[in-house]
Design a protein around this ligand. Structure first.
Ligand SMILES: *[C@@H]1O[C@H](CO)[C@@H](O)[C@H](O)[C@H]1NC(C)=O
Ligand SMILES: *[C@@H]1O[C@H](CO)[C@@H](O)[C@H](O)[C@H]1NC(C)=O
Ligand SMILES: *[C@@H]1O[C@H](CO)[C@@H](O)[C@H](O)[C@H]1NC(C)=O
Ligand SMILES: *[C@@H]1O[C@H](CO)[C@@H](O)[C@H](O)[C@H]1NC(C)=O
Ligand SMILES: *[C@@H]1O[C@H](CO)[C@@H](O)[C@H](O)[C@H]1NC(C)=O
Length: 654
């Protein structure tokens, strides 16, 4: 699973630094603490004058600031690549994106409410008194706008497809060889109170101020070694200096650092190459809104991490990597001023890595693996997976890629839609994730009951998944009688017993590792256990907060069988064809979600995991996919009553 890090490290430094930025200790405490160091310290020599800029804002130590290249029009993509990207030279283009509809429209909160009011975004909360309780939750734009002026909250999500209508591809990036490197379009929105640590990003950053201003202080990569980053072992790429009051006695080398200083106004864009340290402060507004495009180019921090390199070694490596890239680019396709939405539709939605904001990936991995179970077959299965079935292909594809990238390793498919095909294609094109790293669940539809048909069905699944074994095969139902199973009257079906025996054969031949059944009655399960030669590993059935299946789960527990839920979110089709979940909108769940500052869906998942139930929620909303994955990390112990409330008082049938 070590390979997963390559997905994450890319923007992790950026995001973590931002987080740390908001959760910096209270400034007055820092100031008084440091003041006493200076006055009571070993500076016995009263005549000694403190270095220039000591205990002042970061950057005031220099006599003269250096100047960035500032243009009033875009260079061509070819020139930009040659003179800036490849050479690691930052660039500011003033006013160049004033024509973006966003610049004109987003300062109007009524417009934001009207157009995006009901969309969900990731919002960070500041808790100055308790760093452990920094947290993230999803909020609609309306909810955010209702409170962001009064609270230390920071929308740090990503540009939604609807919002991307108000943006276009900046001309100098409008070349396939550049823009296709984009990995994330982020939206940064607050009431102009934020200020980051001095940090470095793991990606190229194309940052546009939409409303309000931002002051950027940049430090060249070769001076990174003066920022004492190697002393700071929380995370690579973050300097321990307090940017509001730099202690130059404690961090003397900071005095050697060159400073570039620029303030961005509406419609200005800055290009910050990977490796340039920076400190950023919002000013002006509210609303203070910016949009940034992160791009992978050399990704050298990612490649140099976590090997034990000093900042100096890392910088040398990054410079060499940049020099090794082609001197020029050729654009096959130009997308200058292409509406961002059109780009996203054409090339697939980019990958928000929101979860990184909440916890580091090692914790995420550890807790994800903590919620896993050893099946009766002896194989381990994660308890939290991602369901691909029942979604339109154009949405299921980006959703499944995103889930894989987010670290989901259990995937539930359905032979009746394109989910096997989609998963197979994604896995085949993701060499970093090895086949044995993922656990794939496949089903046999009841119309294929009987030996031959079952074998053919599994064979088809193997082909569609482009794999030579399946981790778990479930017989989807013991018969076609259930209403939703579409079967032909005369399709010569066999029995579920024949199917089971066929699966046992395939198990013996190494094509299937574990066997299970779905929607079987307890009497059928007893019969099955009676004759099964290969153990029954998994029983799947409908399960959620309302429908507890207590007896069935007890039966499974007594027989060492793992219970897997379907229908966890309680989504129902309404008469007019819309899908709704009375469970998800229940006020008790809402209360718990607010308590833990997350989504109702995440709470529901965590509640099921706590009951030892394996879940594979499905979603095409990238935010929800990220948040669902966050369920194992929820600190439910913080308010045990909320979980207990759901167990004891949520209306349910046993
Ligand atoms: C940067 O520029 C701003 C605006 O011109 C100025 O107020 C500030 O002192 C400069 N230097 C630093 C380190 O902030
Ligand atoms: C911050 O954390 C403390 C301690 O856990 C808690 O009492 C307080 O309510 C939290 N504040 C906010 C704004 O969440
Ligand atoms: C300051 O930098 C010099 C080299 O540039 C290095 O030898 C020294 O250890 C650094 N000091 C600290 C406190 O990091
Ligand atoms: C569909 O029906 C549900 C109730 O069954 C109702 O709440 C919802 O507003 C309806 N949606 C539309 C688009 O008519
Ligand atoms: C879940 O499984 C663990 C380990 O087998 C057990 O200790 C715990 O009691 C189970 N919880 C429930 C709610 O069944």
């Amino acid at each position: 699973m070590g390979t997963r890090k390559t997905f994450y490290v890319g923007t992790l430094p950026v995001l973590l630094a931002l987080v740390l930025g908001y959760f910096r200790p209270d400034l007055t405490q820092v100031l008084s603490g440091i003041h006493s160091i200076w006055t009571d310290g070993d500076a016995g020599d009263a005549t000694q004058t403190p270095p220039k800029g000591h205990m002042q804002k970061f950057g005031l130590h220099v006599d003269k600031e250096k100047e960035l290249i500032v243009m009033d029009h875009f260079p061509s993509p070819e020139d930009f690549y040659r003179d800036h990207m490849r050479q690691s030279v930052p660039l500011v283009v003033r006013g160049s994106l004033k024509h973006w509809p966003a610049v004109e429209k987003w300062k109007n909160e009524d417009y934001l409410r009207e157009k995006f009011g009901h969309e969900d975004f990731v919002v960070m909360w500041n808790n100055i008194t308790d760093h452990r309780h920094k947290s993230a939750m999803m909020m609609s734009m309306n909810e955010f706008l209702d409170q962001y002026r009064d609270k230390h909250i920071y929308l740090d999500g990503f540009v939604s497809p609807a919002m991307s209508k108000d943006l276009t591809i900046p001309k100098f990036l409008g070349c396939d060889a550049i823009i296709k490197r984009a990995t994330q379009f982020s939206l940064l929105f607050n009431a102009a109170w934020s200020s980051t640590f001095v940090h470095v990003d793991g990606t190229e950053n194309m940052f546009t101020q939409i409303t309000g201003q931002r002051q950027w202080i940049l430090i060249p990569p070769t001076h990174g070694k003066y920022l004492h980053v190697d002393d700071f072992n929380y995370h690579r790429g973050i300097s321990p200096v307090e940017p509001e009051a730099v202690d130059l006695i404690k961090f003397p080398n900071v005095s050697k650092v060159d400073i570039y200083n620029i303030t961005l106004y509406e419609g200005d864009i800055i290009y910050v190459p990977e490796g340039w340290y920076h400190q950023v402060r919002t000013m002006g507004g509210p609303p203070n809104i910016a949009v940034t495009i992160f791009m992978d180019y050399i990704s050298c921090m990612e490649k140099g991490y976590p090997v034990d390199k000093t900042q100096e070694m890392l910088t040398e490596m990054c410079i060499a990597m940049r020099e090794a890239t082609p001197k020029e680019i050729t654009c096959q396709e130009r997308m200058e001023d292409m509406p961002m939405q059109e780009f996203i539709e054409k090339y697939g939605y980019l990958n928000p890595k929101v979860l990184n904001l909440v916890h580091d990936f090692e914790t995420a991995d550890r807790l994800y693996n903590f919620f896993s179970t050893t099946l009766k077959s002896g194989y381990a299965m994660p308890s939290l997976g991602f369901g691909l079935s029942g979604q339109p292909v154009d949405k299921a594809k980006p959703a499944a890629s995103h889930a894989l990238r987010m670290g989901y390793r259990l995937f539930d498919t359905d032979p009746d839609d394109e989910s096997e095909e989609i998963l197979g294609t994604i896995l085949a094109s993701t060499p970093d994730v090895k086949r044995e790293d993922v656990f794939i669940v496949v089903k046999v539809h009841p119309r294929n009951l009987g030996r031959e048909k079952t074998i053919a069905s599994v064979q088809r699944s193997l082909t569609r998944l482009k794999t030579d074994y399946i981790d778990l095969v479930l017989i989807k139902a013991p018969s076609c009688d259930g209403m939703k199973f579409k079967c032909e009257a005369n399709d010569n079906r066999g029995t579920w017993k024949e199917s089971w025996e066929a699966l046992e054969e395939l198990n013996e031949g190494g094509k299937i590792r574990s066997l299970g059944v779905s929607n079987f009655k307890m009497s059928e399960l007893r019969r099955l256990i009676g004759f099964a030669k290969v153990p029954l590993s998994v029983v799947q059935n409908n399960f959620n907060l309302h429908n507890r299946k207590t007896k069935l789960r007890q039966f499974c527990k007594d027989n060492g069988i793992t219970f897997m839920a379907h229908g966890l979110m309680g989504v129902l089709e309404t008469e007019n064809g819309t899908r709704e979940s009375p469970l998800l909108s229940h006020k008790m769940l809402d209360l718990a979600a607010r308590k833990y500052r997350t989504t109702p869906g995440t709470i529901m998942i965590r509640w099921a995991l706590n009951q030892n139930v394996t879940v594979t929620p499905t979603s095409t909303n990238l935010n929800h996919i990220a948040f669902n994955k966050y369920a194992p990390q929820l600190d439910v112990g913080e308010s045990p009553w909320a979980m207990k409330m759901l167990t004891d008082f949520f209306p349910h049938v046993n």
